[in-house]
Design a protein around this ligand. Structure first.
Ligand SMILES: NC(=O)c1ccc[n+]([C@@H]2O[C@H](COP(=O)([O-])OP(=O)(O)OC[C@H]3O[C@@H](n4cnc5c(N)ncnc54)[C@H](O)[C@@H]3O)[C@@H](O)[C@H]2O)c1
Length: 408
């Protein structure tokens, strides 16, 4: 299944790490550590293989992918030898990266974004394209009456005033171009009734929101433990120190509020009550992409005896996020092919603030994901008949051993 991954924010840290990683996996230069879809329980012939992936995207900056990859290598996020080995492939990806279009109205902007997506799909003969938002986190979106229905939204988009934040406009454009959509950020993305209506009408799946890669990942394992042992969590406070582009943006109070609210949801869901405490994010330029999260949990047990635990997480944010972006794109492409329409709550395993009412405990989310993946048997469509699915097993570059040639 020839699959396009169109990244909104294609020149950022997560996007470039994902492109370097997929290119290296295809060339068999690395092991698929961190890629959940390579675990034996999730490997499936329904998923596109590494050799089936082609990258494109939009951004508002023009930093060359190779230059960004070099910067990430200098910061210790990517191995420098890998970036050097893949330099030609990374430079070639430039041909499929476009500046974010702008029109006189949001309807015109969306039409230009959709035209870029169709052009990408046609030029590469792709069976389907998955659009993934990995752009800068937006402040919480202002409500607007036009968000309530597709008819109202389509009318409002033709006016002079913007009615959608950029992430939701990207989702709108993706759906009009026949592409599935994933929001890896806490931004609005496809989470508006009008966009749910459009996805349903267009027969497309979507997933989100906000990749779960650090402090919240640990919370989604520990909080169910307290609940299962009937230990009462009194307070749970976290401090996240982060540099890089994401950290700089999250220094803005609006974006910070959007992120913090998606980080706290897991506690209320897993415990059944909201303990005292907040999760804070502070910008520390010096530590770049390497995040430190420090959490203090106070709890009480038998006869009210008070206790506490602390944990410290040192994670490389882009190295944790990029494989999940690839997993999500492979799974969502297969869901699209299998005829799934609307939100994909089964992908809640990957997100801090998942769509739908699924469980928040990581182990339960995992079981749901495994069952979902096992059920992704393909429905053959016209475009699949044009490009019959290779009988691959989802492993890296079958038959491509020893080559660094990459189909972008
Ligand atoms: N790294 C993680 O562990 C992690 C986890 C969950 C969510 N996220 C989210 O992923 C996103 C990307 O993180 P990052 O570290 O790559 O950030 P980054 O700052 O390195 O990259 C963001 C990119 O988006 C581009 N951009 C901004 N506005 C845009 C727009 N309207 N259209 C297209 N491109 C636009 C920027 O120019 C930049 O290149 C952030 O929103 C972050 O919160 C990251």
């Amino acid at each position: 299944m020839r699959t396009g991954i169109w990244l909104i924010g294609a020149r950022g840290s997560v996007a470039v790490t994902a492109m370097v990683g997929a290119t290296a996996l295809r060339a068999r230069l690395v092991e698929p550590d961190g890629c959940v879809t390579e675990l034996p329980q999730l490997r499936s012939p329904a998923l596109p293989g590494w050799a089936d992936l082609t990258f494109g995207g939009h951004d508002i900056v023009t930093t060359p992918v190779l230059k960004k990859a070099d910067t990430l290598a200098a910061a210790g996020v990517l191995p420098g030898r890998l970036v050097a080995a893949l330099a030609a492939d990374l430079t070639a990806i430039e041909q499929d990266l476009r500046p974010l279009p702008a029109g006189a109205t949001q309807a015109l902007t969306a039409a230009r974004i959709a035209a870029d997506l169709r052009d990408f799909r046609d030029r590469h003969g792709l069976d389907r394209v998955v659009v993934v938002n990995v752009s800068t986190t937006e402040p919480v979106a202002e409500p607007h009456p036009a968000h309530a229905s597709l008819a109202a939204l389509e009318l409002a988009l033709t006016g002079a005033e913007p009615v959608l934040p950029p992430s939701a406009l990207a989702a709108y454009a993706a759906f009009t171009a026949g592409c599935a959509f994933i929001d890896f950020t806490p931004s609005a993305g496809a989470r508006l009734p009008a966009l749910a209506e459009l996805a349903r009408r267009a027969g497309l799946p979507y997933a989100g929101n906000d990749g779960k890669t650090g402090e919240t990942l640990v919370k989604s394992v520990l909080a169910p433990m307290f609940a299962l042992r009937n230990l009462r969590v009194r307070s749970w406070s976290g401090l996240n120190l982060l540099g890089g582009g994401d950290g700089a943006n999250l220094a803005d109070p609006g974006a910070n509020a959007a992120k913090v609210s998606s980080k706290q949801r897991v506690l209320g869901d897993a415990l059944g009550y909201q303990p005292e405490g907040t999760s804070r994010i502070d910008y520390v330029a010096e530590i770049g992409d390497f995040k430190t999260a420090w959490d203090l949990v106070t709890f009480s047990g038998f006869l009210g005896t008070g206790m506490r635990m602390e944990f410290t997480w040192h994670g490389c944010d882009s190295a944790l996020a990029a494989p999940l972006v690839l997993d999500l794109a492979r799974l969502t492409a297969a869901a699209h092919r299998a005829g799934r329409v609307g939100p994909l709550p089964e992908l809640g395993f990957f997100f801090k603030d998942p769509l739908g009412d699924g469980p928040s405990a990581l182990s339960e989310q995992w079981s749901i994901l495994a069952a979902f993946t096992a059920g992704l048997s393909p429905v053959v469509t016209d475009c699949d008949e044009r490009h019959p699915a290779a009988p691959d097993n989802g492993l890296a570059g079958e038959g491509q051993e020893g080559t660094t040639e990459v189909r972008r």
